[in-house]
Design a protein. Structure first.
Length: 753
């Protein structure tokens, strides 16, 4: 039997592949139409991600504890929290469902997507536990809950290890709510060939507030910072690497108060024993130059006669405990030396002058040497907004390794770096390692935007993110470097860090292990000139350097220069601290104190000015009174500089000024012509050298012809007197004629006899 088309219809035969294409086009068009309708005006379809449960929840779910942090075979997972009715109506018959992802998250992006709520809560999930609360929640009412999930039915020994997203969903007859977190699963036998290395770098440096308090209290900064740092030091694990600010080893106030005082050669030893040091002054070292100090550089507290050492145990305001603990606890651990006072390298490098940075490096090295501490050689962790200019500066200074921001070394945030990167700068190459910014932030309980996170969320997210970082490199052993913020407290070490160090996929190690790897990649960084309002301006840096140079020149005049430099270097270097960012007003107060201190020190040797001087001779010695308020002798040169050729000054005169004395120095001068001549008096460190102390200017009234006129007048007066005397003598002889007769009679009488 043959069949044909229905007489009332017409059939059009279309090829199968054409129909498929048409169907796909129609489907795509409908999908785009619905998507455009769903998008708000001006939205970018590429920015939209599927976000579940867009409705406003009636129930607020809060997770307060997840225990254990890492689930192992044979353990039960316990989740505690609360459910609160935030709606205006009663929610009846509330129950709880524990929703868990079936597969471990293998990337850090997936972990973040789950945490941010941008991944579906229903795709690839299971509901291993359901709890009936059997309560009706009135508006505002809350109830606590506890969910227990045994590991056995859910996980097997071969279940993939790592993070899984979990969600606790509360639902009732007329309301729902949910809260997300993450759990970590790790089997009894490690599936890893070897755990990833974890290096933790903890900074020990004063904060801006602590620096400000130390300056205001005229106290050593270690005394102020001890409240925060002592618990931190005691809580630090042996595998944790310290980044130590040498300024914490200083035993004198940031800005020494009162008059200039003498110092012992080994003041820190005196501080430790509580006794006054009687050690002789150290031998002068090489003359400091370009901001450098000599090898005898030590730190000290003032020691003036019978006054007690202000940093010693007998001083109620001082607390040497922090320094003692630092020295004791640093033994046997890796130590990174921070720049003195955690100097803002970015400000110095952009100013194009590292003289003060070098001075701080030398002083910091001397302090660590004196304390018997040996940091990792050539390792730097600069503060401030580090960029290519700062890295170039360190490369030029011969740095062997630099801890640099992650964005400089990689374009992929959160990428694990298993070895240093060789960074090429305009000053040469330098190896650099970057702390993992995301894990470092979570360690401090902050998110990528710097917002504070709930402690439980930050802990679970920290573990999940680190596990995902290791899972992303299954064929290698990535090394993770994490750092804590400059204002770290003991809470950071006692909370998240404890859990991270105990994670079975990580092996704590020191910085030496991470830096021991060969550079795995290379990168070139630019050297942009970036404006920064909080950065110390170049003019202020130049002023600090000029002030130090003035004191350094004065220090050359005394037998032991370093004790005098110790009076001012800590204050000058503290002004460079990156901790003043955000505290610019406090930094201004410090710089004003530094100005006063430098004026006091450089004014300790000065010319005592008086009234004008009258010179009536063609040549003579001009008496100059020079005061020395220093507690030690100073060998200086007094030089005169007339402002008019009518007066000439002879060679400068070298002299020794006794401590706390005023010495009169006689300097030869020669008058050429009469007149009033302004004369500048300089105190030099040596003949033809630099000015030290405070000079003076005064007027010399030259009256050289007065000597000749005076001599002529005196001679004339003598001649007149002589003539008058002769005349008077002659006239007196004529008046005595009777005396002559008497004399004759007497002669005749003698003849008659």
């Amino acid at each position: 039997m043959t069949t044909g088309p229905h007489p009332a219809s017409t059939t059009l035969h279309v090829p199968v592949h054409v129909r498929a294409v048409c169907a796909a086009i129609i489907t795509l068009a409908l999908w785009l139409a619905m998507a455009l309708v769903a998008l708000p005006a001006g939205a970018d379809p590429g920015d939209q991600q599927p976000v579940p449960d867009q409705e406003v929840p009636e129930l607020h779910v809060e997770l307060t504890d997840i225990s254990p942090a890492v689930l192992r075979p044979g353990e039960d997972l316990t989740i505690r929290g609360t459910v609160q009715n935030v709606s205006a109506e009663t929610v009846d018959q509330v129950s709880l469902d524990l929703i868990m992802q079936r597969h471990a998250l293998s990337s850090r992006a997936a972990v973040q997507a789950w945490h941010n709520g941008t991944s579906s809560s229903r795709i690839g999930t299971a509901t291993p536990v359901t709890e009936e609360l059997d309560v009706d929640l009135e508006p505002g009412q809350s109830v606590s809950f506890r969910i227990t999930m045994p590991s056995g039915p859910t996980f097997a020994e071969r279940s993939p290890w790592g993070p899984r997203g979990i969600e606790v969903e509360a639902s009732g007859a007329n309301g729902t709510g949910w809260a997300r977190s993450l759990l970590l699963w790790f089997p009894e036998e490690s599936p890893l060939a070897a755990p990833a290395e974890l290096s933790v770098l903890v900074p020990l440096t004063p904060t801006g507030a602590e620096w400000h308090q130390a300056v205001a209290d005229d106290a050593p900064v270690a005394e102020v910072a001890a409240t925060r740092l002592l618990p931190l030091v005691h809580a630090a694990d042996d595998d944790i690497t310290w980044a130590l600010d040498p300024a914490l080893l200083e035993t004198q106030p940031v800005v020494p108060p009162g008059p200039i005082q003498s110092q012992s050669a080994d003041p820190t030893a005196a501080a430790e024993t509580g006794e006054e040091s009687t050690a002789p002054d150290p031998e002068p070292g090489p003359e400091p130059g370009d901001g450098e100090t000599n090898e005898n550089s030590t730190t000290g507290a003032p020691d003036d006669g019978d006054d007690a050492d202000p940093s010693g145990p007998d001083d109620e305001t001082a607390d040497p405990a922090l320094r003692d603990v630092l020295v004791r606890e640093a033994a046997g651990r890796d130590l990174v030396k921070l720049a003195y006072a955690d100097a803002d390298l970015s400000a110095l490098s952009h100013a194009g002058d590292l003289s003060l940075w070098r001075m701080g490096e030398n002083r910091g090295t001397a302090l660590l040497d004196h304390a018997g501490l040996e940091p990792l050689p050539g390792v730097h962790w600069p503060a401030g907004s580090v960029d290519g200019t700062a890295l170039g500066a360190l490369a030029g200074e011969g740095a062997q390794a630099v801890v640099a921001p992650e964005h400089i070394l990689t374009d992929v945030p959160g990428a694990a770096l298993d070895a240093p990167t060789l960074v090429h700068t305009t000053s040469g190459p330098v190896p650099a390692v970057a702390p993992d910014a995301r894990i470092s932030g979570l360690l401090a309980a902050t998110d990528e935007a710097g917002q504070e996170l709930d402690p439980l969320i930050s802990r679970q997210l920290l573990l999940a993110d680190s596990a995902a970082a290791v899972r992303q490199h299954p064929q290698s052993q990535p090394g993770l470097l994490v750092t804590l913020p400059r204002d770290v407290t003991a809470d950071h070490l006692e909370g998240n860090l404890t859990e991270l160090l105990a994670a079975p996929w990580l092996e704590p190690t020191n910085m030496s292990g991470l830096l021991g790897h060969n550079a795995a990649s290379e990168r070139t960084v630019a050297t942009p000139v970036v404006g920064d309002g909080d950065r110390l301006p170049p003019g202020a840096i130049a002023d600090l350097e000029s002030q130090h140079d003035a004191v350094r020149d004065l220090a050359r005049t005394v037998e032991a220069s370093q004790p005098l430099l110790d009076q001012v270097e800590p204050a000058i270097l503290t002004g460079l601290s990156a901790a003043w960012r955000g505290h610019t007003d406090d930094r201004g107060d410090l710089l004003a104190r530094v100005d006063d201190l430098i004026e006091q020190v450089t004014g300790a040797v000065r010319i005592e000015t008086g009234s004008s001087v009258l010179l009536i001779n063609h040549s003579g010695d001009l008496p100059v009174a020079v005061a020395n308020d220093l507690p030690v002798q100073a060998r200086v040169t007094v030089a005169l500089q007339p402002q008019d050729p009518r007066l000439r000054a002879a060679e400068p005169v070298e002299t020794v000024l006794d401590a706390h004395s005023i010495t009169t120095v006689r300097v030869p001068i020669q008058a050429v012509a009469n007149g009033n001549v302004d004369l500048d008096v300089h105190i030099l460190d040596e003949p033809g050298g630099r000015d030290v102390g405070q000079g003076a200017s005064f007027m010399v009234r030259v009256r050289a012809d007065w000597e000749d006129i005076g001599t002529a007048v005196v001679a004339g007066l003598l001649v007149v007197g002589f003539v008058i005397g002769m005349v008077r003598t002659i006239r007196s002889g004529r008046r005595f004629n009777p005396g002559a007769d008497t004399g004759a009679s007497t002669h005749e009488d003698r003849m008659e006899r």
